[in-house]
Design a protein around this ligand. Structure first.
Ligand code: AMP
Ligand code: MG
Length: 414
């Protein structure tokens, strides 16, 4: 058996490089960007008027001019015109380029427009006029050539908007390898079946699949019986089509736990079988040619923990992503005797000072999948220590985000 540190190192060393593919901008949401996106022009690309009203020279107002003859109208989308007389104005609309020889925009709310001898005259009511008021300066947000979105960003609506602005009709995204999630076990039945007294519905494949979907990775699920021959035949054909295999169950010491033996018989190089951790001790990892194989123990908490801690990390390494690291402080003393790394299920809370606190929610062991409903993540408690004291901080592997973490954010501002 190896330590969690060893297991981490081995898995990281076995990261592979994923292919990239072009994708239509409109279909790219949820994908992982595989190129840097730069500004093709300044943001905004010209001095952009931000109010409907008139454009004037601020110095004319300062020297006392209050009534401005309107020379013309310059709407958004028309070419830049020039103010001929310094004491005149150009009627202007939001989104227009600031006319030449003007430097301030007064909104309609602060002017009155009168007609005099066929000319519009704008009388300014404001108490102050300063240069560049109501003007969004060229290049104020970003300069041409600036890095806007780094490679490795998950594409969401803000990214789509910015990429549209810089003319990316097609974007380069990671082309993830095909992933097969395979459950094993004769006691398992499909979700839409009514189990007999000795059966249970399978759940691991679906929780893993939902995690992968959240990462933008498509996968397919399979189920195999506890039979050496059936495992051998099916895994052989699945391996031909799917570079990444995530198995659950059949890796422990039971008489029908055939998975490690069959994987080796299929010529897959075993890197380890057994990690000094709880849960997830019988975790198996191997590779062969283009195939990377994670065989996770079947107990739902073990499967989920190993996925969170190791499989996700492998994907991150393959994508050269450095995930954010979180630490949380225990709110209670925890005793744990075995010489194992203990992945403690915890509920998190953020204090008004922004400190993340973790309260243990232990449950009834690795088969208690309902207990994970109460937890937000795993706190990684190192081996070689008997007592973990309240107030001490440890690495936190969060498995909730989005809506559920909003709670934590709300607590922060309480
Ligand atoms: P195993 O690792 O095959 O010895 O399985 C350990 C425990 O996890 C057994 O109680 C199995 O019934 C359960 N188990 C295995 N696979 C799944 C699955 N896909 N969904 C839910 N429970 C499972
Ligand atoms: Mg089994």
């Amino acid at each position: 058996m190896i330590s969690t540190t060893e297991a981490t190192r081995i898995i990281a060393e076995n990261a592979v490089i994923f292919q990239k593919k072009k994708m239509s901008l409109l279909l790219s949401s949820g994908n992982l960007l595989s190129e840097n996106i730069y500004a093709d022009r300044d943001f905004p690309p010209f001095d952009r008027v931000t109010m409907d009203g008139i454009a004037i020279k601020a110095s004319s107002w300062t020297k006392g001019v209050r009534n401005f003859v309107i020379e013309r109208l310059q709407p958004a989308g028309s070419t830049r015109t020039k103010l001929e007389d310094d004491d005149n104005a150009i009627e202007i609309m939001t989104g227009a380029i600031l006319p030449e020889n003007t430097d301030a925009v007064i909104q309609y709310e602060e002017i009155e427009i009168m007609e005099k001898e066929g000319n519009g005259i704008a009388s300014i009511q404001s108490s102050t006029v300063v240069p560049y008021q109501n003007v969004h300066h060229k290049g104020e947000d970003r300069k041409a050539g600036d890095l806007l979105i780094p490679e490795g960003t998950v594409i969401a609506a803000p990214e789509i908007g910015v990429m549209a602005s810089v003319g990316m009709w097609e974007v380069l995204v990671y082309d993830f390898p095909r992933v097969a999630i395979i459950s094993t076990g004769d006691e398992l039945v499909e979700v839409n079946q009514v189990p007999e007294a000795h059966q249970i519905r399978k759940s691991n494949v679906y929780s893993i699949q939902s995690e992968l979907t959240g990462l933008g990775i498509a996968s397919e699920t399979f189920h195999l019986p506890d039979s050496k021959d059936a495992l051998f035949q099916s895994l052989q054909s699945i391996m031909n089509e799917y570079p990444v295999l995530i198995l659950s169950g059949g890796v422990s010491k039971g008489k029908l736990d055939y998975v490690p033996g069959v994987l080796e018989a299929l010529g897959i190089k075993k890197f380890f079988h057994g990690v000094k951790q709880r849960p997830g001790k019988p975790f198996w990892f191997g590779r062969s040619g283009d195939n990377t194989i994670f065989a996770l123990p079947g107990n739902p908490v073990s499967t989920f923990m190993c996925f969170q801690r190791y499989v996700k990390m492998w994907f991150e390494k393959c994508l050269s992503i450095s995930p954010k690291r979180f630490y949380a402080g225990l709110t209670k003393d925890v005793l744990f005797k075995p010489e194992l790394t203990y992945f403690l299920q915890v509920k998190i809370h953020v204090t008004p000072h922004g400190k993340i606190e973790a309260t243990p929610v232990t449950g009834h062991g690795s088969g208690d999948l309902a207990n994970m409903l109460l937890a937000d993540g795993f706190l990684e408690l190192p081996p070689g220590q008997l007592q973990f004291r309240a107030g001490d901080s440890f690495p936190l592997h969060l498995f909730r985000s989005g809506w559920s973490l909003q709670d934590a954010e709300n607590n922060r501002t309480e």
